[in-house]
Design a protein around this ligand. Sequence first.
Ligand SMILES: CC(C)(COP(=O)(O)OP(=O)(O)OC[C@H]1O[C@@H](n2cnc3c(N)ncnc32)[C@H](O)[C@@H]1OP(=O)(O)O)[C@@H](O)C(=O)NCCC(=O)NCCS
Length: 574
Amino acid sequence: MAILIDETKRVLVQGVTGREGRARTRLMREYGTNVVGGVTPGKGGQSVLGVPVFNTPQEAVNSLGNIDISVLFVPAAGVKDAAISAIDAGIKLTVLVPDRVPVWDAMEIAAAAKANGAMFLGPNTLGALSPGKAVVGMIGGRAESARQWFKPGIPKGVGVISRSGGMASSTGYYLGQAGVRISTIVHIGGDAVLGVRIPDAALMFEADPFTEAIVIFGEIGSSQEEELAQLIVDRKVTKPVIAYIGGKAAREGTRFSHAGAIIEGGRGTHAGKVKALREAGVAVVDSFGELPEAVVNILTQMKGQSLMSEADRKATWNTAITRVEPNRVGVRGYDIAELMGRVSFGAAVYLILSGDLPSPAIARLMDAILVASIDHGATPPSALAARTVASTGATLSAAVAAGIMSINRHHGGAIEDCARQLKTIGDRATRESISLDESAARTLTAMRETGERMPGFGHRYHTKDPRTARLFELASEAGVDGVHMQAARAVEKAFASTKKALPINVDGAIGAILADLGMNPAAFNGIFMIARTPGLVTHVIEEQARERPMRRIDPVNHGYDGPPPRSMPRTSAS
Ligand SMILES: CC(C)(COP(=O)(O)OP(=O)(O)OC[C@H]1O[C@@H](n2cnc3c(N)ncnc32)[C@H](O)[C@@H]1OP(=O)(O)O)[C@@H](O)C(=O)NCCC(=O)NCCS
């Protein structure tokens, strides 16, 4: 995961037909950004690089549906109107790239954002980039260079917050050279009035499970670094922070490159910032050149082991999953021989996907998730596909692959879709200051109006899915009860109050649990595939052993001749 931007965010480009808008749209898309539309007044109906152009953000939303981020490449004089029209269209993050935006205009944008529960980054920002995922704005230049410079935060990385645009990229570059992975680089902009400031970005990184430490490129002027120090003292930011503060030589009244970098009335001095941060426990380096090593040292201390060898540093690419050496296989750092016999398969799946070993209760929960999905008879599309391909004389691998290939948005995909909807319900409750019950009810009403179905609720077979209650019981034993689980219960309540009582099904329960565990939604469908593979292998072997080649497979009309219902043998633990 990352903050502000990733590949799932739907991005609008305002000023898309202009010189910079056009060029950056191409670069952002090449890096993986999901640019869904553009806006230039009077140019609606055109398209830029296949991206449809609209006259206003509202027209774009009406035509394209939800848009998460709008990035502006509009000359300074038009920024206020452009930003406010995006905010009014319900877009929750606007990224204001232009420089020279009048301070008064920035204040009006701030007021509009506040009134609409929206955020803005900038003005005068290069934007944000989450390595390996997406970029919004101008960080990194060509996609190819950005890919080489910034190492993706898999499973975790450091978050970079910079008050300088050029140094945002340089910090990412030098950290990458030192082998440090990055979750997101954020350039907050150099102006006096800003949307997202250092303390805001630090709180976002604190909440991001895939950020392990925070790197700050600060400078003189404003009180942002001092406010961050206070957040650390108040234990609102607990992740390690490593900082460099520019402008040591600046005298009072001297502007240091950016409008916001000025010492006034003795406030915002270099010495004052360094003191406040050091007293809060931040590792503040004296020169920028020391920053990468300081970050490596802190990460090393955190992990109790050296991050990278000289050979790793020189390699053309790295993987953070498994290191194979003569006589040792280290999965996420753990010797595989030590894991074998000591951790369950569910715990190992959690380890490889998230990067860390789970607690025993979470390991039990992961096992239960895998067991819950191991098979659901011969009728699901994956089993039918695997059997059909097996009946042609295909190999085991081809037939199982056919089954796996049928696991998509409508088969297994409800896990991820449901988790996303539950997050939307949670976000809406916070944004609109309403209860989760109210947020769930409003979301369901809106979905009903557009004919959308709530994924993860109801089942074509079960009226009460036997797997769900057990999963929730194990989740509760593991202390997993975050906003997704709470939102799931709120949705059930909202359904119960209508004529159509739809209980949460196994996909919905798994989605809510995995999301509350902080697992990456991109892996959810993969977890279902991992779980379902033993079932598919068995279907293929049975098909090949028992049935005629090329038989007509009735998708529903089949009998069962396996063992009768039986109970687990009692063990001392059960
Ligand atoms: C924003 C900026 C990049 C635009 O430069 P540009 O692309 O050369 O400008 P252009 O005139 O070619 O394009 C601007 C487009 O915005 C459009 N536009 C104007 N008002 C608009 C609005 N309200 N909504 C959408 N588009 C709008 C214009 O019509 C124009 O498109 P067109 O050429 O098709 O008519 C430039 O003004 C700027 O601020 N540069 C500095 C940015 C920077 O360095 N920031 C970070 C510093 S660390």
